[in-house]
Structure formats: C-alpha cells, structure tokens
Ligand binder design. Sequence first.
Ligand code: SAM
Length: 235
Amino acid sequence: MVDIKDRASANILWDAWMNKYGKYYPEEALRKIEMYKFSSDYAHLCVMTEIYVMLGFIKDENNPFKIFRSFIEEQYGLDRDILEVACGHIPTLALDIDLNQQKRGSGSIEVCDDALILTTGWGDVVANKRRISEQSDVSKFSLIVSMLPCEATKTIIKVANKNEIEMVMYQCGCVHDGRDNPNDFRFTDFIAYRRELRELASDTLPKGFIYSEPKFPSSSPYHDIPIVMTKRKKD
Ligand SMILES: C[S@@+](CC[C@H](N)C(=O)[O-])C[C@H]1O[C@@H](n2cnc3c(N)ncnc32)[C@H](O)[C@@H]1O
C-alpha cells in the first residue's frame, strides 16, 4: 500500500518531516515511527498512515482519509459545522475536509484529541488538544465525524445522540472498555463489542433519527470494518 518509487527522494521527504515535527511526538510514538518507517505493515498504526499520507506515499485511491471524506461528503455534505473527534497526532482527515470546504467557501471543521502534536499550522482546521467527554459542549456542531476512535467510540455515540447531532464513525478494529489486549485479540470479543455499540446507538437514538452500519468502500485498506452512522430522517 505504501507507494514509494524512489527511496532516496522518500528519505529526503521523511527527514524533512522528522526535522520539522519529530520533536513534538511523544517518545512511544517516535519509537513506532522509527520501527515501522516505510513498512507496508502499517494498517493498524494510525501514526504511520498519517505521515505516509502527508508525505504523499499513499495513492489517493488507497488513502483512507480521502475515501472517508468522500463518503461523508456524499452522505451528509461538507457545508456544515463539523467536529472530528480523535483526529490523531496530525488532523489528516480534517485537513482533507478543510481543503474541500475552502474550495466551496462553506462549512467549518474543528478537531479534538490530546494526541495532537500541534494545534496550529493546519489550514483553517481549529485544533483542540483535549479529549471529548460525555459533558463536552458540542452544541455548535451539526455533524460529528470520527475515524478509528478507539476508547472514544462509546463517548462519541453518547455525546452525538444526547445532543441530537448526526454522527458518522469509521469504527476501529479493536475492543475497548478494559478488554483491549492487542496480544490476545479475540474475534468473539469484537463481535460482542460491536453488538454493544449497536445497542447503545439504537437505545439512545434521538427521535427522528435513523441508525445504520454501511460497509466501508472496498478500496480502503480498512474496508472490513463497518461504519456506524446516524442520520436525521428526511421529511
Ligand atoms: C487509533 S488512533 C486514530 C487516530 C486518527 N483518527 C487516525 O485514523 O489516524 C485513536 C485516537 O483516539 C484518541 N482518543 C481516544 N479517546 C479520546 C477522547 N475521549 N477524545 C478525543 N480523542 C480520543 C487517541 O488519542 C488517538 O489519537
């Protein structure tokens, strides 16, 4: 999936990136970045995918952020005030949303994640280095989006439904709530966790909303994992 034709040029881009941003990453992330540099085995290492996309090492047709942005655009439109939760170290999805909003001259995008390496320098993206909680004020947004949000998954569902805001989430492939052990992944746990998410989303669903779990477009490297989404019913 990583598309590097010329290793020497790729190294130059890589070094420039690390010189500029390396100092802002926490030690654990830096260790992974060095360990997996240019490895194709990155599918579940979001920290790598973000850098590869920023450096152009992933073709547009395989870029999960672009594919998800295009899905969001098709389903909801981007001319909205959008909150992206759990954007990662670099707000890669938000940057793509911002680019498209700027082209159209409408909509806004704000992100929150305490893993953000910087809160400025991301175009018109408003970046908040903090976590979302069930008490967070999200009243100014009309859509909540998220990609592989790990431990934030249930909070996103609760916050979106409580505040009657449409939501679209590309679920991560792990199991959370104290059962997340990357060395002992059990498919049955994942299935049970998915059922819990579905029940939570359905049980708290605001009146006039519909809940669905469409499959992710098959060109995405994460296409086996479903989308969790809510929408206002059309009159
Ligand atoms: C698997 S990473 C995904 C990052 C990014 N969306 C991507 O696809 O590259 C999960 C992210 O969720 C963030 N996260 C977990 N709980 C959160 C919360 N309550 N609020 C905001 N971010 C949270 C973590 O800090 C981490 O950056």
